[in-house]
Ligand binder design. Sequence first.
Ligand code: ADP
Ligand code: MG
Length: 257
Amino acid sequence: MSRIICIANQKGGVGKTTTAVNLAAALAATERPTLLVDIDPQGNATSGVGLDKDGLSQTIYDALINGVDPRGVVMDTGQPFLHIIPSNADLAGAELELASLEGREQKLRFLLAELRDQYRYIIIDCPPSLNLLTINAMTAAESVLIPLQCEYYAMEGLSQILHTIRLMQRGLNPFLKIEGILLTMFDGRGNLGKEVAEEIRSNFPGQVFETVIPRNIRLAEAPSHGKPIIYYDINSRGAVAYLKLAREIIQREAANG
Ligand code: ADP
Ligand code: MG
């Protein structure tokens, strides 16, 4: 059975898409069939794996709103064991359209139910808001991975997403878990990054991934080449970190049975 993990944080620029693309690619590199699902109208995960987001004939929008068979919107990424359901600006209007549909929070869950048996992992990249698209992701997912940029105000937005997760647990998805908080863009040169990381770990014991994603220019460059980091520069610190994150997730799963 597949595991569905959504990558969410209502703040933009914290490393959601970078994590979704590179975690998915790292999991796929272990030969575990993986599906990356882009539900952000910005379509950055879509272009991040090399697809031309403006030249797509069908996207997640068609499956969510127009009832197109989800199997028809799955695309190859050119990388082994990694497929994607792409997104683009078409999805920008979907929030409003979804709002008037019956079962509006469950659309993605039902859509992925038809694909689950084909994948070991399904990784969902959320938009930078706690809107109906993100609620769809949290309804479909087993767990939420929260990327947190190692900066002074990092903790501020955290209470908001944790509150949303609690609401989900009380209603739409009683079994939703927190996969973990992932410290991203870590800069080990000064004290700030280390202090922030320490504070978050002491506030959320056992909930922060051991793996820390360093600030690494190669991670920022890779999307413009349409490649996950492991296919752009396997020796970069960014690639090593995301491979380690994938291992950590796989190992923890094995430990939990
Ligand atoms: P989000 O999806 O949360 O908005 P992104 O993953 O798009 O965030 O990251 C925001 C920007 O920061 C992008 O330009 C991305 O390439 C860059 N970035 C993300 N993670 C790192 C990192 N660890 N090191 C350097 N740049 C990064
Ligand atoms: Mg993004």
